[in-house]
Design a protein. Structure first.
Length: 80
């Protein structure tokens, strides 16, 4: 398989989603709360040009398990 930037981006997004999913599953386990604690950041650009208005909100919630998922995805991509 040929490596390119789109495949890397796909691997990173899938790793982030897998880490977030595992983090959500393990939220109720009290001993590993440091892995599942989320840091939330929000970005909301808005444009009002009289003729039309544009408003977008992007929220990113990162946990340590999400970062671990990205690292594993990057490792798998390099092994490919």
């Amino acid at each position: 398989m040929k490596k390119n930037g789109w495949i890397l981006l796909l691997f990173l997004v899938l790793g982030l989603l897998a880490g977030a999913l595992v983090s959500r599953w393990l939220e109720s386990v009290p001993g590993i709360s440091f892995l599942t604690k989320k840091i939330q950041t929000t970005w909301s650009p808005a444009v009002d040009l009289y003729a039309f208005s544009f408003d977008l909100t992007i929220t990113l919630q990162i946990s340590l398990l999400s970062i671990i998922g990205v690292v594993v995805a990057l490792w798998l991509y390099r092994k490919m």
